[in-house]
Structure formats: structure tokens, C-alpha cells
Design a protein around this ligand. Sequence first.
Ligand SMILES: O=C(O)CCC(=O)C(=O)O
Length: 340
Amino acid sequence: MDAMREFLDSTDLMNDGPALAERLERDGYLFLRGLLPREAVMNVRRRLLEKAAAGGWLDPDHPVDHAVADPAAACKDPEEPYMKVFRDIWADEELHRLRTRPEVLALFERIFGEPVLVHPMFVQRNIFPQSESFDFTTGAHQDKVHIGGATNYAMWVPLGDCRRVNGPLAVSAGSHRSGVLDTKVGNGAGGMDICVPIPGEWVTGSFDAGDALVFTDTTVHCALPNRSAMLRQSFDARYQPASQPTTEKNLCTYAGCGTWEEVYASWSSDEEQYYWQALSPKIVPFDNRYYERRDEMAFDMAERGDLAARDTLLRIVQRDPDDKKRRRAEDLLNSFTAAS
Ligand SMILES: O=C(O)CCC(=O)C(=O)O
């Protein structure tokens, strides 16, 4: 991973929509320096670190803005100890506004040549340092299986400077041209890791606050392990041409974070709330085949006593609309607890 080459820097194309679209089509990603104002990113970083500190995630012997994690508090999505602190982080008003800033909307409008739909659903990540007993490094995966709908593009932004040691994102350049690849149950973000040889060339880089990585929904990506003592915070949001269809789940809040009303209850202004409704997004059904396969694999593993199925079972309990499936996952989780 340390030997990975650096991202190709596309900052010089920033104002040239057709050139950006062509490079995105060719490589499957764009690395853009200073897309967001540093101060805006640092402001959100401060706000989220305060919430992380209040939730007991940071080492109280260090200043909050050093983001030094308390290893004893290490937890991950979708476990309840994580969600208890995360709900307030995800609801943060300034965090939501960062992904719809005018610079970002203008960038995607230049690339698409039409108005942009910013998915209301987005992910904010808090990755505790890797240790012998804790590892939540994002495995190699594609977003298509999680997001569905028409082709959409992720923008990954670290909340602060993010060097290789802090665990930035890496992409396999060119991998987007091979379609949706086969997956197995994984333990990192999304729980579906690629299980076949990955095409393309892996690239990564050192981010300064304000830098952004844009990539397509079939570009294979992963994170480098967080080998620092700091909590690695980032967000990833999704963008698509407004004329193209999306799925209902992309208009919802993040799983486990309540309703929009609950999220907006803590905001100081109602500006931009429900902004997507004015675009009347076209909705298509979510293609559930990939989740169904993942869940069957996880049930099978769990029935054989394989603890690697645990995170997927937790996701089923938290997110699956099917009662029977949720109960089956709960029973298997209970059997893990009883066995330990
Ligand atoms: O931040 C991470 O570790 C994972 C991000 C990711 O998978 C994504 O942006 O789609």
C-alpha cells in the first residue's frame, strides 16, 4: 500500500467541464486540490471533534483539535455504542451544508452539463486507529451495489489534513470499466468486499483539508489503514445528473439516524432543508440482488460459527425491512454472544 503511486492531480482542469468528464470517463476518478475552502472544512472538523470528545471517543489528555482517539472507546458503524455518538455527528448542520456548497454544485454541473442532484443520504466516517484488537479499514468495493439507480459519482473529503498514515482513500484507476465485480462478506464499510482479481492500477495520496476525490459508482476503492493515533474523519456524498433516476433510499437519512424532522430539529436555520424536493427526483426500485446474496452468505457463515458475519448481521437487524430476516439475524447474534 505504501508503494502505491500518487493520484493524478486534475486541479488544473477544474474549470473545464468537458475535460473533467473525459478524465473521469478515462480513469474513473478525479483528484482535486482545494475544491472546498480549507476554513470551511476545518470549521466542520472542529464541530465534529467536539461531538466526538463529548461522546468519549477522544483521549482527554490531548487538546480536542489534535483528534487523538481513546483506543478503549474504539467502535464502529453500525454498533450501538458508535451510533449513540454518531447520530448527533451525522445531523450536524454545517456538515450537511459542506457537500452542497456552491463550488461543489458548480463542479458537478460543469461535469454533467446539467443541474445536479445531491443525494440527501451521505456517509460521515469516524475511523479509529488500527490495532491488534480493532480494525475497521474499508475493504476494496464498488458503490453501485449500495447506491443503485442511475450512474452516480462519489465525492470523498477528509475532514482535515489526511496523510497516508491517517488512512486516506485509494482507488483502482480504470477499474470502473469492468462493470460490477463479484463480492464476499467484508468487515469494512458496507460489508461487501470484492472477491475477484481487481483490474486497474491502485493510486492514493496525501490530502490537505479542502482537497476532494471524485469517483464513479463502479470505481473500485478502499482505504489505507489508519496507522496514526488520531480519529480519521471524512464524509462521502453522492452526485448525479438531476434528470437521471435514483432510488428511494438515497433520499432518506443515514440508517439509524431517525427521520428528517428529527435530524433538522437541531438546526439553527431551515435554509436548504428538503432541498431535493424542488428537483422532483425520478425514483426507480433498488436492485436488492447484491444485498440478498451478501445476506445469504452471512447467514451461512454465522450458522457455521464464523464471527466474520457479525457486522453484516448487525446491518440486517438495523436496516432490513423483512421481519423474518431481522429475527434470524438477531438469533444468530444472540448465539454468538452465548458462545462467547
Ligand atoms: O472513508 C472510507 O473509509 C470509505 C469511503 C467509501 O467507501 C466511499 O467513499 O465510498
